[in-house]
Design a binder for this molecule. Structure first.
Ligand SMILES: [Zn+2]
Length: 297
């Protein structure tokens, strides 16, 4: 059997943590893929402790379709810990889950893909083990994106669910949408390098900036992006807010335009906070996520 994904292992001469950095869990999220490819290049010969395992394109089947999911239509981020006898996505889930369990820390980089535009953020599950949680907070802060976001830990099927169950400190990142931005790739590369510095694996440890927004939200499902502000009916989502806008509960975020040209349902903010997620493909079916709000004070 051809290998499901390629793995690059960079070793230092000294003992230290075994870090795992992956991209391409979804096939339409390119900046993280480019960032991991750059890291594979940059880390050669520069690690002073430990080992880093890098996977640039975890879900090759989806990547070569230019889509979030591959030919079996399974979302890899809902399929972990996988099934060795299953479809291609289930097999990938099994293999990546094994790597996660062996790691001492884990970074999984995403974007909004074709469907969403998401403010740059690093996030983690609010782990019940305070030592794991503290490390995750430190990693997310070290990554140095404007938003640090801890969310309720009960969601299943994610790479982070596997890390949670194995007590492996883990963060994920989001950075805008499915297109290519040089500054996005650069931010992700330096974010990963900062986390490696935090673990003492690279020279020149520098204290990170304080994130602009630090939010921990333990409401069940708080990190589930695909259910935020669901469309009450089918239509073209005409947003009246932008990423980064501050809104108050009840404010209008936009409306759905019906096929007839008449205005359909208005979409109202379900909470006060920062608009951090916006649907990028205007056409929405009933139930599709339209926007997300980060509950900042
Ligand atoms: Zn993703």
């Amino acid at each position: 059997m051809a290998e499901l994904f390629s793995t690059h292992v960079i070793k230092s001469a000294s003992k230290g943590p075994n870090g795992l950095i992956i991209a391409g869990v979804h096939g339409d999220e390119y900046q993280p893929v480019l960032a991991v490819m750059k890291l594979i290049d940059q880390l050669q010969g520069s690690l002073i402790a430990g080992t880093v395992t890098l996977v640039p394109i975890t879900n090759r089947n989806a990547y070569f379709s230019g889509a979030r999911v591959g030919e079996d239509n399974l979302d890899l981020a809902r399929t972990c810990p996988g099934n060795t006898e299953g479809t291609v996505t289930e097999k990938v889930a099994t293999e990546i889950s094994e790597l996660i369990r062996k790691a001492d820390f884990f970074i999984d980089m995403h974007t909004g893909g074709n469907l969403f535009d998401i403010s740059p953020l690093s996030g983690y599950m609010l782990h019940q083990d305070s030592k794991v949680l503290e490390k995750q907070r430190a990693m997310a802060t070290a990554f140095n994106l404007p938003i640090v976001w801890g969310t309720s830990p009960e969601l299943e099927g994610r790479t982070l669910s596997v890390a949670r169950d194995a007590n492996v400190p883990a963060i994920y990142t989001e950075y805008r949408g499915g297109d290519y931005r040089t500054e996005g790739v650069d931010s992700l590369v330096s974010g990963c390098l900062n986390v490696l510095k935090y673990f003492g694996m690279l020279e020149n440890q520098v204290p990170p900036d304080k994130p602009k927004y630090f939010v921990e939200d333990d409401k069940p499902g708080s990190g589930h992006l695909q259910v935020m502000h669901p469309a009450p009916e089918e239509g073209l989502f005409v947003a009246t807010v932008n990423l980064g806008d501050l809104v108050t509960k009840g404010d209008k975020l936009g409306y759905l335009l019906r096929e007839s040209g008449e205005k359909g349902a208005a979409i109202l903010a379900q909470k006060s906070g920062l608009v951090f997620l916006k649907r990028a493909v205007p056409m929405a079916k009933a139930g599709d996520a339209l926007a997300g709000i980060l509950p900042i004070e």
